[in-house]
Design a protein around this ligand. Structure first.
Ligand code: GLN
Length: 483
């Protein structure tokens, strides 16, 4: 075991026992990145000097004291680039900390490294980045998932102890599943989004990627809570999310949504998830079948609402205030047109066009308004299910990591990668993906993710349920073989 292999909880013990210093931890991590990231390309940039300054004054008695944490390149950190993996933000440097960064620093953590993603978090494979693809550490010919693929891959490859990502339709849970780690999307309103580059404001949440469930709770503790600078963050009390870890599952009811166990799922994924369900039964949980009848509409509704919101959010990238600016424009409109034509990649343009269309007069009622109504039905499905059960259990993704290039020219097929994660965001509820096995594909072991969905603001219980299974199995201990 070398330092970068450890969990946050384990590094912390060493830091507090003064076996290592924060500077040594950082240097060991930096060496690991230098060694393996050329194969993975999980990082877009990192600033060792800035991090080292923090390490020198780190207080290891704080909850995350001296722990470096990697950040998806859509979350602002003072003085660092924040590109959203888009040419349009090339050269931009943040002049403020996002609230999550301010909170991480207050907990003693050190933001270190900027993680690759699909441009503006639009995608499921990290192939939509303008700055190169990220590879899956379990098989570098495959994608790590997306959009937070860099964040997931660097944690899986022991190039980070934890990372922050954002999840609009699955972008934390799906890459966590495909990379064999823990990914948590908190309840909408649990974590401030001030300083996150907005994709779809009614869906976006920031959350952690970690190697263990306990680490997930530790990071959530640090970043959760009401923030006056984000009016959608809610004034709910923030409990200690580690408090329920270790409690048994007797008396808890887990619902298997019928619509999430369907034909078309990779048989090895289906088998691993069903085995996990049986394991939960042996741990004392009661398994109940439930139905979320409006599930089939979720992907359609999402691609109306998310694109509509994105078309408005991305209007600010006009070449006047940030990043790329087209040369030789002949007037203001020409300047906007050229800057955006040059700066945005094809998927982002597709979404802006789609979003503008569904909001345009004459179509608004037929698409956007209708989608909002169906969204309410989807939310009600979950409320009804949660009257019968404490949490839902299902696959995170219908498949394991696919080959790079396989879907690049088929956006519809790519959109279906999030079929089991998208409804969660529409309903605003929390969800977590944890490792539950491996599929054997072409002689490689590829991770399978188990998804647990919980009641709003009951992340503690979700983490308790995830932790019980994690501790009873060894899946989270497996590591990709990397030179
Ligand atoms: N893959 C989905 C999309 O492309 C979700 C992305 C996300 O959660 N940011 O929109």
């Amino acid at each position: 075991m070398t330092l970068p292999n450890l969990s946050i909880a384990d590094v912390q013990q060493k830091l507090r026992a003064k076996e290592v210093s924060p500077a040594e931890v950082l240097r060991a991590l930096d060496a690991r990145i230098a060694q393996v990231d050329p194969q993975i390309h999980g990082y877009l940039s990192r600033d060792l000097d800035a991090a080292m300054k923090c390490a020198e004054s780190a207080d290891v008695s704080l909850p995350l004291g001296g722990i470096p944490i990697a950040i998806k390149d859509v979350i602002n950190v003072t003085g660092e680039p924040c590109t959203a993996a888009s040419k349009i933000l090339q050269g931009y440097r943040a002049n403020y900390d996002a609230t999550v960064i301010r909170k991480l620093r207050a907990a003693g953590a050190i933001p270190f490294g900027r993680c690759n993603l699909d441009e503006f978090a639009m995608g499921s494979s990290t192939e939509n980045s303008a700055f190169g693809h990220t590879r899956n550490p379990w098989d570098t010919s495959r994608i790590p998932g997306g959009s937070s693929g860099g964040s997931a891959a660097v944690v899986a490859a022991d190039e980070a102890f934890a990372a922050l990502g954002s999840d609009t339709g699955g972008s934390i849970r799906q890459p966590a599943a495909l990379c064999g780690i823990v990914g948590l999307k908190p309840t909408y309103g649990r974590v401030s989004r001030f300083g996150l580059i907005a994709f779809a404001s009614s869906l976006d949440q920031i959350g952690p990627f970690t190697k263990t469930v306990r680490d997930s709770a530790l990071v959530l503790n640090a970043i959760a809570g009401r923030d006056p600078q984000d009016s959608t963050s809610l004034d709910e009390p923030v409990p200690d999310h580690t408090a329920l870890l270790g409690r048994d599952l007797k008396g808890l009811r887990l619902g298997m949504p019928r619509e999430y166990f369907i034909d078309g799922i990779d048989p090895q994924v289906d088998a691993a998830v069903r085995a996990a369900v049986r394991h939960y039964e042996s741990l004392g949980a009661e398994i109940v079948e439930v139905s979320l009848p409006n599930t089939e509409h979720a992907v359609g509704v999402y691609y109306i609402i998310a694109t509509a919101e994105a078309s408005a959010n991305l209007a600010r990238f006009d070449g006047v205030r940030y990043g790329h600016r087209a040369a030789d424009a002949t007037g203001l409109l020409d300047h906007y047109g050229r800057t955006r034509a040059e700066g945005f990649g094809p998927e982002v343009k597709r979404r802006i066009i789609l979003g503008t269309y569904v909001l345009s007069s004459g179509y608004y009622d037929a698409f956007y308004l209708r989608a909002q109504k169906v969204r309410t039905l989807i939310r009600r499905d979950f409320s009804a299910a949660f009257e019968k059960v404490d949490a839902l259990i299902c696959p995170t993704s219908p498949e394991v990591a696919f080959k790079a290039g396989d879907r690049s020219d088929d956006p519809l097929k790519m959109y279906l990668a999030d079929i089991f994660t998208i409804a969660t965001n529409l309903a605003g509820i929390p969800g977590i993906s944890i490792p539950c096995g491996f599929a054997d594909v072409e002689g490689k072991k590829l991770p399978v993710g188990l998804q647990l969905l919980g009641k709003p603001f009951r992340e503690s219980q979700l983490l308790q349920i995830a932790h019980a299974y994690e501790q009873a199995t060894d899946w989270h201990k497996a590591r990709p073989a990397m030179e």
